[in-house]
Ligand binder design. Structure first.
Ligand SMILES: Cc1cc2nc3c(=O)[nH]c(=O)nc-3n(C[C@H](O)[C@H](O)[C@H](O)COP(=O)(O)OP(=O)(O)OC[C@H]3O[C@@H](n4cnc5c(N)ncnc54)[C@H](O)[C@@H]3O)c2cc1C
Length: 404
């Protein structure tokens, strides 16, 4: 491995991309806090090793919890949401430095938000408070084999009332962190004749060690530092206290929190884009060909400049979307859809350019570029595909006929 080129932590001379002038003083403080935790506890070699061994970084998660960065997702005492600008600062930094951990936090922030909005006092005390302190985790289980985009129509997982409790059966797939979490928020159909596909679905707070629950880790192309799982429910008996929110209204309640998840996914994608760009620029500054650094060749320089433009554009849109969400603007979900498209496209384009700029080294596992390249793919389709988000923007922003 060439010294100084592995992780992109040593800034190339003159590098300006991380000079985030739009942060308020508390956002800047938060950014510095995450950067210092990354510098102290997640050197590139460690992140690479955990990715290779497909191991979740429990120790690093503990450091985030101790610093209060998990509880940022929701205030258990007041039930108030975090400032979206705070969440995106944390997730951009983690996306660049410890991507699998950033994906884990996107799920935790979503779970915390659902628990703080819809949990009763007992659920909040038993699950939300420890989660917010960084003790234990909660997965979010919506997708199934027959459909992610059209999940409400495709949902086969069901829960049938049995006295005061429920019997849950079915299978969820692609569930992040289920093998390393204590709970999962599971969406299951509880009524077949609710009128529309999105009604008649209920959220359950399921302990993942309950009898009848089995978890199988799936083999995926990226995000190797966080398990992706299939979770099967074989007539799992749940008591009434596991219902989260209102019976039959679970899907609508989840839709209400998806805006935040979209913003957070965009922030991670932005972090990946920035981290990959830095690695590529650093490499291009050092690698020599024809007696000069390859960064001096215009063809490569322009590709890297396009990357910088994509990063700054995506960040600008993300901040616009986060501010719209914070202010409760009517169009905030359209802005967050645009921000997610922009950041995910930036991450895929920049990691592709990075692979080309680095030649054979981009393909080597000794450098982080191939990891960024693999990890970036996730947010082209999760939590919602960019195609589906384009459908929303076409309809809601351009006034075009509904295309789905
Ligand atoms: C690593 C990983 C982690 C994940 N984590 C979670 C998790 O924690 N919890 C969870 O619930 N899910 C999770 N998912 C699932 C993820 O949210 C889905 O993969 C995603 O919603 C897309 O669904 P799908 O894969 O079934 O694709 P499909 O819905 O089958 O879509 C396939 C293609 O068809 C296109 N398409 C479908 N409908 C339309 C339309 N109307 N117009 C245009 N194009 C359309 C899509 O855009 C896509 O290109 C994860 C997935 C992965 C791989």
């Amino acid at each position: 491995m060439q010294s100084g080129t592995a992780g992109g932590r040593d800034r190339p001379a003159g590098w300006k991309v991380e000079a985030v002038g739009t942060d308020s003083s508390d956002q800047a403080e938060l950014r510095e806090l995450v950067r210092s935790i990354l510098a102290d506890h997640a050197p590139d070699e460690r992140v690479a090793r955990l990715d290779e061994s497909e191991t979740f970084d429990e120790e690093f998660y503990g450091h985030l919890g101790a610093a209060g960065l998990i509880g940022l997702g929701a205030d258990p005492a007041t039930g108030e949401d975090a400032d979206p600008r705070h969440e995106i600062v944390v997730l951009e930094e983690l996306g660049a430095g410890h991507t699998s951990m950033a994906v884990c936090l996107v799920v935790q922030y979503m779970a915390l938000r659902l628990l703080s909005h819809y949990g009763d006092d007992e659920q909040r005390k038993r699950v939300l408070v420890p989660l917010a302190e960084g003790s234990g985790r909660c997965a979010f289980a919506l997708s199934e084999e027959d459909g992610g985009t059209d999940i409400a129509r495709a949902m086969r997982t069901k829960a049938v009332q049995d006295g005061s409790g429920w019997v849950l059966s079915g299978r969820k797939t692609w569930i992040s962190g289920a093998a390393t979490s204590g709970y999962a928020i599971v969406l299951a159909r509880t009524s077949e004749d609710a009128g529309s596909a999105i009604d008649g679905i209920t959220m359950f707070l399921v302990p993942l060690d309950a009898a009848g629950v089995s978890v199988r880790v799936l083999d995926t192309a990226g995000i190797h530092g966080l398990d992706t799982c299939e979770v099967t429910f074989d007539d799992v008996r749940l008591d009434g206290s596991t219902v989260l929110g209102r019976v039959g209204a679970g899907f609508r309640q989840v839709i209400g929190t998806l805006n935040g998840e979209r913003l957070n996914a965009a922030a991670v994608a932005l972090g990946i884009a920035r981290g990959a760009l830095r690695s590529a620029v650093e490499y291009a500054s050092q690698r020599q060909a024809f007696g000069r650094s390859i960064g001096g060749f215009q063809a490569l320089q322009h590709a890297l400049v396009d990357g910088a433009v994509r990063v700054e554009s995506a960040r600008g849109l993300l901040i616009r979307a986060a501010d719209a969400a914070g202010a409760g603007e009517a169009q905030s979900d359209t802005f967050s859809a645009m921000a997610k498209i922009a950041a995910a496209d930036a991450a895929t384009d920049i990691t592709d350019a990075g692979m080309r700029v680095m030649g054979g080294a981009g393909y080597s596992r000794e450098y982080p570029m191939q990891r960024y390249f693999r990890d970036a793919r996730l947010y082209t389709f999760a939590p919602l595909t960019n195609e589906m988000l384009r459908n929303f923007v076409g309809e809601r922003w351009l006034g075009l006929p509904r295309s789905y």
